[in-house]
Design a protein around this ligand. Structure first.
Ligand SMILES: Nc1ncnc2c1ncn2[C@@H]1O[C@H](COP(=O)(O)OP(=O)(O)OP(=O)(O)O)[C@@H](O)[C@H]1O
Length: 772
């Protein structure tokens, strides 16, 4: 029997715990029952075999449905139910990671999904505006065991006599905020605050920009919004897919657990470097180079680079055709090129116009030679003869090759590789750029791709296009080959048919009686069972149903062009902080980004409360922010830590030893928590080496493992991350290393959840004078 829902408000704490534990047990039992059911169905399906193609497709769909259900049920095991609402005039309601009913289609659920409208007052109700809620209860659990209950009575009198009005679920929130960091971001589903809830539950259409200082929960909100949208618009979004773009692979690993813990897996998490299928762009290049690649000035450079492949000979070229030398004059190819360019089609698509025009001119040239009437009359060749001549020209491999040389089929990778590695091409394509800028773009022919190359590759893919006739020809050819193969298979089946059968009166159907070769091919074409996210990752032209961009201030104008192409519906959530921009091609105003795409039709929402950084640390950060831009307001810290940030001046020679000593002290303070050492780029290698020698297991390098207790990285790498304790090394060098150095220092000092320390060998920069 189900336990009584709702416990009397006046009952003792122990009785409350007991009753709530009983309710939790019921929920877990129900979850176990559902899990077993899905597991049994899945096993049964895995045992089935054969059947019609439709039957198999249906079976595959059912299989993946149950597999997904099972994965979801496993994902919500921890923290299945975390809240309860008591109403003045209604039954209590339990809130959890998924919805559960005692029976299928039961209208009175045991557990309400946090994303359902019925859960909303859990996040919004306050003493001032209780929305019928009498009490909000947070249930804290470890595994399946209830460990604590936090109650908030939403009563104006009680509100005035203690609790804070600006946060909901204060005790649960503070417990989440002061917990040790683990190197992986956790979900915040139990303690979403009202300004965050507004963003998470906003409707699907349109561009929403969420601007907020460090620690205001932008990343957390972006991820919960993805989960909310998938729940609310599931039909549409599971087909079209949702993309979350993050700044680098380390950051993606940091956030990778959040959506699975919310039972959502069908989202594509990617960096800009992953956005061109077939390329994993990870090369690191100078900030000035990526800034230049991010400028829209590159559009002309790329268009010129493509046009420069459309060439003509100095005077003429000669090819052998039909036993005679055929002279292809420069003027013929110039005309063909002009005609193809006039179409304004992408290069590979316009190529057929170039070829047709050239062949047409050449056929007239041949007609002139062989069909000329010796008596001076009209050309003796008929239209049919001319068509035949054109066909022969088209099929002549030498003619084909020559025309190919002057207007080749190109790939984005080839064009960009040749452009950036060949100074002559670069100068021809980029006459507007200074020699110094061109030098910034130069790279080796076989160098690896960098993230800033990806928007250029994507732009080139647009400029080049795909010749559908070539593609269709290729597909048709592949299909012909498959049918030939199938005919072979059917012949073997037919040939090996036992002769005994042929004497039998009963008609026995052979393979060839029931299926012809093309149907056979269709049956064997692989069913595409990939999720939308998987298919999207492999398809450059995929249009996502919604795109979420984190650390969006860092994206260059060229990167925005790529993203906008992936999101023609302009259904986007963009989160970032224009005070934290490090990339030189990044933005410091959102208007600049969106004006070209949606004019004024975008919404700006601001998050103002800092959940990460305690007030003591934020006081230091506020001075740095004032130097970045005095007009910017720092976010308000939600708590204090009681620990003052420190600074220590050390002799230059002692910096490595002092860094190690500070790391050891901070690691001891952090206990199970994490320590981040944030260094100038120029010191990363040396200090990293010294640290790893002294503290084995410390994570350093290009993609450090955040699960380690101590991580040393540059500020650029630390974007979006956080540590219990942060040690900033040589702040003046961090400032000096980049024109956006002050923003970098602001990022560095706002990574701490508890403690901040600064080691310096020169005078402290003025912006940190509060630490002196
Ligand atoms: N409502 C909340 N409940 C519990 N924790 C929260 C809440 N909101 C934010 N946090 C926590 O605060 C920290 C900062 O959040 P997050 O990283 O999303 O901030 P951000 O705005 O993206 O910061 P930055 O701009 O520095 O990258 C995270 O540990 C996050 O889990």
């Amino acid at each position: 029997m189900l336990p009584q829902r709702g416990v009397a408000l006046s009952s003792s704490a122990a009785a409350d715990l007991e009753a709530e534990q009983a309710y939790l047990t019921t929920l877990y039992n129900r979850l176990d029952g559902l899990r077993e059911q899905a597991d049994n169905r899945l096993r049964a399906i895995l045992l089935e075999a054969g059947g019609t193609p439709q039957g198999r497709a249906q079976r595959e769909a059912t299989r993946s449905h149950y597999a997904e259900q099972l994965a979801q049920m496993n994902a919500v095991e921890n923290g299945l139910c975390f809240g309860r609402l008591d109403f003045t005039a209604d039954e209590p309601r339990y809130i959890g990671r998924i919805g559960l009913s005692a029976e299928e289609h039961d209208r009175d659920p045991l557990l309400v999904d946090w994303r359902a409208p019925a859960s909303r007052s859990f996040y919004l109700a306050t003493a001032v505006s209780p929305d019928g809620v009498k009490r909000r209860r947070h249930l804290r659990t470890k595994g399946r065991r209830l460990t604590a209950i936090d109650d908030e009575v939403l009563d104006l009198e009680a509100g005035r006599s203690g609790g804070r009005e600006d946060v909901t679920g204060e005790a649960a929130l503070l417990s989440a905020l002061t917990a040790n960091r683990t190197g992986r971001m956790r979900d915040i589903v139990e303690t979403i605050q009202s300004e965050q809830d507004e963003v998470i539950r906003a409707g699907l259409p349109g561009v929403m920009v969420v601007q907020g200082g460090p620690g205001t929960g932008k990343t957390a909100v972006a991820l919960h919004r993805a989960a909310y949208l998938l729940y609310t618009y599931r039909g549409q979004l599971t087909k079209q897919g949702v993309l979350i773009l993050g700044p680098n692979p380390t950051f993606l690993r940091y956030i990778s657990q959040v959506l699975p813990s919310l039972a959502e897996t069908g989202v594509l998490l990617a960096t800009l470097g992953d956005m061109f299928p077939g390329v994993r762009a990870r090369a690191v290049e100078s900030p000035a180079t990526s800034a230049l690649k991010g400028r829209t000035a590159m559009l002309d450079v790329l268009a010129n680079a493509v046009a420069d492949w459309q060439t003509v000979p100095d005077a003429y070229v000669e090819v052998d055709h039909d036993g005679y030398p055929l002279r292809i004059e420069r003027a013929v190819l110039e005309d063909a090129r002009a005609a193809a360019r006039r179409t304004a089609r992408p290069h590979n698509v316009a190529r057929s116009v170039f070829v047709t025009e050239a062949i047409h001119a050449l056929s007239l040239q041949i007609a002139e030679r062989i069909g000329a009437d010796p008596l001076g009359g009209e050309n003796l060749l008929s239209e049919a003869d001319l068509a035949e001549t054109r066909r022969e020209l088209r099929e002549d491999i030498d003619v084909q090759q020559t025309l190919f040389d002057f207007w080749p089929v190109l790939t984005p990778r080839r064009v960009l590789r040749e452009l950036l590695s060949d100074p002559v091409r670069l100068e021809a394509a980029a006459p507007e750029l200074s020699a110094a800028d061109r030098a910034l773009l130069r790279r080796d022919h076989d160098a690896r791709w960098s993230p800033a190359d990806v928007p250029l590759l994507d732009e080139l893919a647009e400029l080049l296009g795909v010749d559908d006739t070539l593609k269709a020809r290729q597909v048709a050819q592949e299909r012909r080959e498959a049918i030939e193969y199938a005919e072979g298979v059917l012949e073997i089946v037919e040939g090996s048919r036992s002769l005994d059968f042929e004497d039998q009166e009963e008609e026995i159907l052979s393979a060839t009686d029931v299926v012809d070769a093309s149907a056979f091919v269709e049956r064997h074409e692989v069913l595409d069972t990939r999720t939308a996210a998987e298919r999207a990752a492999a398809d450059r032209t995929w249009a996502f149903g919604h795109v979420i961009v984190d650390e969006a201030q860092e994206l260059s104008p060229m990167a925005w062009r790529l993203l906008m192409r992936r999101c023609p519906s302009r259904s986007m959530t963009v989160v970032g902080d224009v005070a934290q921009t490090s990339e030189l091609a990044g933005t410091t105003t959102w208007e600049q980004v969106f004006e070209p795409y949606v004019a004024q039709r975008w919404n700006l929402v601001e998050l103002t409360v800092n959940y990460r950084t305690p007030a003591e640390v934020m006081a230091v950060a506020a001075d740095v922010l004032a130097a970045v831009d005095p007009a910017l307001e720092p976010p308000r810290s939600v708590r204090t830590s009681g620990v003052e940030p420190w600074a220590l001046r050390v002799p230059a020679v002692a910096l490595p030893a002092e860094t190690i000593a500070a790391v050891r002290l901070e690691a001891a303070e952090a206990g199970e928590g994490r320590v981040g050492v944030l260094v100038p780029e120029s010191r990363q290698a040396d200090l990293g080496r010294a640290l790893v020698e002294a503290v084995p297991g410390a994570a350093v390098g290009e993609q450090p493992d955040l699960l380690n207790q101590v991580v040393l990285m540059t500020v650029r790498q630390a974007k979006g991350l956080e540590f219990d304790s942060v040690i900033v090394i040589e702040p003046d060098e961090i400032i000096a290393e980049s024109p956006r150095g002050l923003s970098d220092l602001y990022v560095a000092v706002t990574r701490a959840t508890r403690r901040l320390g600064v080691l310096h060998t020169a005078d402290l920069p003025k912006v940190l004078s509060a630490l002196a």
